[in-house]
Design a protein around this ligand. Sequence first.
Ligand SMILES: C[S@@+](CC[C@H](N)C(=O)[O-])C[C@H]1O[C@@H](n2cnc3c(N)ncnc32)[C@H](O)[C@@H]1O
Length: 288
Amino acid sequence: MRRNVIKLLEERWKSYRHRFVPWMLLNLRKNERTLRQVADRTKDKPIEDGEVFRTLTRLFTALLRNDWRNQTEQLRLLPAVSQDKYLSTQNNRTGTERADPCTVMLHTVGFCIERRPSSLPSAGTGVFVTGGRVPKGVTVAMYPGTVYQAGEPILIQSIKNPFVFRCIDVILIDGNDKGVSKLVFRSCSGRERFGPFRLSDSSWLTAHPENPLAVGQYVNNCSNVKAANVCYQEFDVPDEFPLELRQYLPNVNYSPDTQRPLRCVVLVSLREIHQGEELFSNYYTIVH
Ligand SMILES: C[S@@+](CC[C@H](N)C(=O)[O-])C[C@H]1O[C@@H](n2cnc3c(N)ncnc32)[C@H](O)[C@@H]1O
């Protein structure tokens, strides 16, 4: 009995320690060596950044078109040229009904994903394709959360937190939608606005995200029985990413004066994925 408990605790620790900041710092040198090796192997991204850019802007434009609530105020503050562009996106609208974001996603990219109880026993919540079909090599989900550059204070939030995602360059993304992590995201997100526009989306902290892609933190780890069907890929948001669409980005920098572009992480399909299938990633494959 005691041996079983010790074994269970040992297994829990092994699966969690990679996200526990003091352990990471203690093992930094060893990790850096491994990271360098993995970086060399993963120089080629699964899909081009331009492809991620196109999918995100297409979906976000459709979500904006669907989101009638902010229209008037946002339109008033847009420059004249953008007003024309914005109005042209409204021409196809029928009535003032606002569709569910998942329906918008299904019509725009051909599939939708949602959180459901995992198909694995005792794995909690997972993410499923609930409509349509995901082709191979497309952006399927985003990993939401607060982005911490190396050295920024994440210790308290990282304790007992399985949602801290580590990028190859040791940028960390805290995708926990509860407790201190939630408060930190809300505070950082509330801090940043440009005129009428929010620069990030905090609705992923609720049961009804405005951006339906932003559930990637709930994707479970692959196993011998369930192979990975998605992988992680970094996406640094370029300057030319449209201002009015940034309100759907589910990431925000912890530090207001971060000089680097906003780091997002997307999940990319490794094969065709059908309606009803659960998404699985490999937690130990490091993105580049
Ligand atoms: C990032 S969370 C994923 C979302 C999680 N399923 C939930 O409901 O909160 C990672 C945690 O999910 C669980 N998990 C992920 N993959 C699993 C698997 N293949 N088998 C069992 N549990 C898993 C573990 O508890 C792990 O610490």
